[in-house]
Design a protein around this ligand. Structure first.
Ligand code: F6P
Length: 528
């Protein structure tokens, strides 16, 4: 458990002592004393075409801890911050920006300012028109973008392919590693391919490099007008014009939608082009249902609020440094990567909103799809010396062609949460005395299970919105700004200097390791 400190990132004393008393009680004991524990600590959401059960009961909490966490949220101003965000106040102070991803997908009768709702309608129209105008001869979409301009649409498309038949095949290239684009365009005909260049800033070097190469590929592919094959999505249309790229159509998004929160915006144009506007609207419906629930549900019934508070409890109060996200669904295999950016880029900060040092912020988010993960890193989760809270995500209905095998998949997910929580003692293992120590597993390893009745576009939207709001809650509890990302800037600046060194203009002030790596790379690149 972490030390109690004062300031924005501090843990209220009553929560720290509650954690202390809970830490002397195992999950086995917590379940034994309360036969209704699962019911008491689970919440459900109805999402139109599916339902979601969120089971927090295998976390090291009890009903009193949840109440205390909600109280702490009140003290830390989480609810005020939410009201400000919805009203379009500039809560991203370091960039002097409002945070409008929720407002931009709200319904026409919602409380979001009318200017934001008008902007949302305009953007929706723009997406519809772009999809409607796309000739049937275009059979392939290649999304060029990185970070939030890649991970959200890529997750959606990767999930949707097991639910719907795509209208157009979609591929993604994000890395400046030329292999990425080479693979994305392999076997494609330029005349039937459209590129969606997604870059909120239209200044990201990886995306611009790929867009330039895509334009060259189009030009060498007997395309009469390359502009008919490149669409840009950005908040900086002037930069598109200045880039010299042959872009025929530009879709805009407001600066107030952060890259990692942009999945419900025009950044997902590739999703609409490949699976249709209606499917994209279903995803946004699922998000909106969770938005409305987050804004209006009572705190103790509020799924994203409780979810964020439990994550904060694990990292800030109990001191767990990482969280493993394990979707038991091939269709959600990209979820850990998506959540890494959403959560770590939002909350991986060293200072609070006022610039004072924080004792703790984002956990490391990692993971992989089950059951594969069981045969890779679960050994450490069960018997390693660190406690890693787990986030299990599954769905009861199969998206494949064997219900029986899907049941086996779900059985494994539930069994893993059971094994982690309750373990097995040496006495229970029995047998050889030496082997017993090796075979016993300590248990008491916390997890949350998110079980959907079935995975639909709405369910995916709801899942993403739940994590967006959970991230917001965690950030507000840490007392930090979840909407800037200054930490990634230094690396970008240094990459430009190193690139200059590789091209023959060395930085005389560079450290010896950097200089020698550049020199070695130059020798291997240009052997005499
Ligand atoms: O990695 C930093 C970052 O700015 C992310 O926040 C963003 O999602 C990504 O780069 C891509 O940015 P852009 O959409 O402006 O190209």
């Amino acid at each position: 458990m972490r030390k109690v400190m004062s300031g924005a990132g501090s843990v209220p004393t009553h929560l720290a002592s509650l954690a202390k008393s809970l830490s002397t009680t195992s999950l086995r004991e917590l379940f034994a004393v309360d036969p209704d524990r699962a019911k008491r600590l689970s919440r459900t959401l109805t999402l139109g075409d599916c339902e979601l059960l969120v089971d927090f009961s295998k976390q090291a909490i009890n009903a009193r801890a949840l109440e205390a966490l909600v109280e702490a949220a009140r003290e830390k101003g989480v609810f005020e911050l939410l009201v400000k965000m919805i009203a379009g106040a500039p809560i991203n102070e370091t960039e002097h920006r409002a945070v409008t991803h929720v407002a931009m997908r709200s319904s026409s009768d919602a409380t979001a300012p009318s200017a934001l709702r008008a902007e949302a309608d305009r953007s929706r129209r723009e997406i519809r028109e772009t999809v409607a105008a796309m000739p049937a001869a275009i059979t392939h979409v290649v999304n060029l973008g990185i970070g939030g301009s890649d991970l959200g649409p890529a997750l959606l498309c990767d999930s949707l392919v097991s639910m719907r038949t795509p209208i157009r095949e979609v591929r993604f290239a994000s890395n400046v590693d030329p292999v990425d684009l080479d693979r994305a365009i392999a076997g494609l005909d330029a005349r039937s391919t459209v590129f969606v260049v997604c870059s909120k800033s239209f200044g990201t070097s990886e995306t611009l490099a790929n867009a330039r190469r895509a334009a060259q590929w189009l030009a060498s592919g007997r395309v009469t007008d390359p502009r008919q094959h490149i669409i840009a999505v950005t908040s900086q249309p002037d930069r598109v014009a200045a880039s010299g790229l042959p872009v025929g159509r530009v879709l805009t998004m407001p600066e107030s939608i952060g890259g990692r929160y942009s999945v419900s915006s025009a950044v997902s144009l590739s999703v609409a082009l490949s699976f249709g506007v209606e499917v994209f609207e279903e995803i946004r419906d699922g998000m909106r249902l969770v938005d409305e629930h987050f804004v209006s549900a009572a705190p103790l019934d509020n799924v994203p609020l409780l979810h964020g508070l439990v994550w904060w409890w694990n990292s800030a109060v109990l001191g767990h440094a990482t969280v493993a996200v394990v979707p038991y669904s091939t269709s959600l295999a990209m979820l850990p990567s998506y959540l890494q950016q959403l959560i770590m880029e939002s909350n991986g900060k060293a200072v609070d909103r006022k610039g004072s040092a924080l004792p703790v912020s984002s956990p490391v988010v990692w993971g992989g799809a089950g059951t594969n993960a069981q045969h890779a890193f679960f050994q450490m989760l069960h018997q390693g010396t660190q406690t890693v809270p787990c986030e299990f995500v599954g769905h009861s209905a199969s998206l494949g062609t064997s219900d029986a095998d899907h049941d086996t998949l779900v059985a494994n997910m539930i069994a893993q949460s059971q094994a982690l929580a309750f373990g097995v003692t040496q006495e229970e293992v029995g047998g050889d005395a030496t082997l017993r120590a090796h075979r016993a597993t300590p248990g008491n390893r916390p997890s949350t299970t998110l079980l959907f009745s079935r995975l639909t576009p709405r369910a995916i939207g709801a899942l993403i919105a739940t994590f967006e709001h959970s991230t917001f809650v965690q950030g507000a509890m840490f007392g930090l700004n979840s909407f800037d990302q200054w930490g990634v800037e230094l690396g970008k600046q240094l990459a430009a200097k190193v690139a200059a060194g590789i091209n023959g203009t060395p930085d005389s002030k560079a450290d010896s390791s950097t200089s020698s790596l550049i020199a070695q790379h130059r020798r291997w690149r240009n052997p005499r």
